[in-house]
Design a protein around this ligand. Structure first.
Ligand code: EZ4
Ligand code: CO
Length: 408
């Protein structure tokens, strides 16, 4: 057999998604996710203009060779656009291979290591009261692990806090806004560092010591500030502190690691194993945060996690709504198969998104499961997709109180 067609599908059921669909000469289809939040059309063009023409006629069974062909063959290496495009091809080829085998993908990755993937949800509130209501909603929905983000006194909208906080409504946080220019937020690290430990103290006092709690620092601290926060959160036994520094400088994590035992998770903006080389070999982190969509697909993530396993580092794949249901399904197949699975981020997609992407994964008693459908287990509904045209959307930018641009 060979690949007969490669289609790049852009749809926007509430938010933008870029999907690659490969079809073999025998009519087997495979889906891959190439969604790059706020830069979607660059990934779509890379696929449509530079990758799709190379795929028709290729043997769809040669997944590793195709990965190397696209990675080394481009000459220009890494980068989020390139790696999202390669990821989409890789996912689609695994989908085809597993469908052809008549098996759910996790069987080809070694079979089950566990009953399901422990998921964490996103509780947030601008105040302690709204945060507590959000945590209660998540507990009632069955979550067994919860990320906690709050507003900071003196600041307006900050990363990770849902704007619409009406009780009884979903608290999902979608930071990309569908508008022509990025929204602007303000930031003050000292106010943040003073406030966050008081929030975790209140949450532990109200909800007890058992529930795993997570927090995302979203690249906004220096190593010294991150070490201070990590130490001040130690009494509250976090599951992880995420993206405490902008980790392009991997060596900076030595300072944080030497100062605190709070577990560290990093990597949602990384796109290659080389971005982790120091972090992993020196055991400076506990969880890798890459998404299958941004780090080169199932082939690359499997290798990354096997490398991490040698150093007792586990998975914590990035799973916000800007990873499409196709990417999230890939996470779950990897998650049940990998020995060193840690936790899976989970934010339910909107009803419109789930009309376009028909999923077979499930969320039961806090565990996500990929299901038993052959392949990735996701179908793309062209009719539903056709009614949602692309709309420009941007993530916010952050400025310090004096107007200087800061990491968001
Ligand atoms: O800001 O997915 O841990 N999750 C996150 C996300 C990211 C968005 C960016 O597209 O940091 O909310
Ligand atoms: Co994050």
């Amino acid at each position: 057999m060979a690949i007969a067609s490669a289609e790049v599908l852009v749809t926007s059921p509430g938010r933008n998604f870029v999907t690659l669909r490969l079809t073999t000469e025998d009519g087997v289809t495979g889906l891959g996710d190439a969604t790059l939040n706020g830069r979607e059309l660059a990934a779509a063009s890379y696929l449509r203009d530079h990758v799709a023409p190379l795929l028709t006629g290729r043997d769809e069974a040669r997944i590793e060779d195709t990965w190397q062909y696209l990675y080394r063959g481009a000459y220009w290496r890494r980068g989020p656009v390139t790696m999202a495009a390669i990821a989409a091809v890789d996912m689609a080829l695994w989908d085809i291979k597993a469908k052809t085998a008549g098996m759910p993908l996790y069987q080809l990755l070694g079979g089950r290591s566990r009953r399901g993937c422990l998921a964490y949800g996103h509780a947030s509130g601008s105040s302690i009261d709204t945060l507590f209501a959000s945590i209660r909603e998540h507990l009632e929905a069955g979550y067994q692990a919860i990320r906690v983000q709050t507003g900071v006194p003196g600041l307006g909208q900050v990363y990770g806090v849902a704007t619409d906080q009406k009780p009884g409504e979903r608290y999902d946080y979608e930071p990309a806004r569908r508008q022509a220019l990025p929204a602007q937020e303000s930031w003050d690290t000292r106010a943040y560092l003073r406030h966050v430990p008081t929030v975790f103290e209140a949450v532990r006092a109200e909800f007890g010591p058992e529930i795993p709690l997570l927090h995302d620092g979203h690249h906004r601290m220096t190593p010294n500030e991150a070490a201070t926060l990590g130490k001040s959160l130690e009494p509250y036994d976090l599951f992880w502190l995420e993206d405490c520094t902008p980790a392009e400088n991997q060596e900076a994590l030595r300072r944080v690691r030497a100062q605190t035992t709070t577990p560290l998770a990093i990597g949602e903006v990384f796109n290659s194993v080389f971005d982790y080389q120091t972090l992993i070999t020196e055991q400076l982190i506990d969880y890798v945060r890459s998404a299958v969509t941004h780090a080169g697909g199932i082939t690359a993530l499997r290798k990354l996690l096997d490398f991490a396993a040698i150093y007792q580092i586990k998975s914590g794949f990035h799973g916000p709504t800007d990873i499409s249901p196709v990417g999230q399904a890939a996470h779950l197949h990897l998650g049940v198969a990998l020995h060193n699975f840690g936790i899976q981020e989970y934010m339910k997609h909107s009803a419109d998104t789930l009309e376009v992407f028909r999923t077979s994964y499930t969320f039961t008693d806090g565990l996500l499961d990929p299901g038993e459908t052959p392949g990735l287990g996701v179908e793309y509904d062209d009719d539903a997709a056709g009614s949602f045209a692309y709309e420009p959307a941007y993530l916010p930018v952050n400025r310090r109180l004096d107007g200087t641009v800061h990491d968001w």
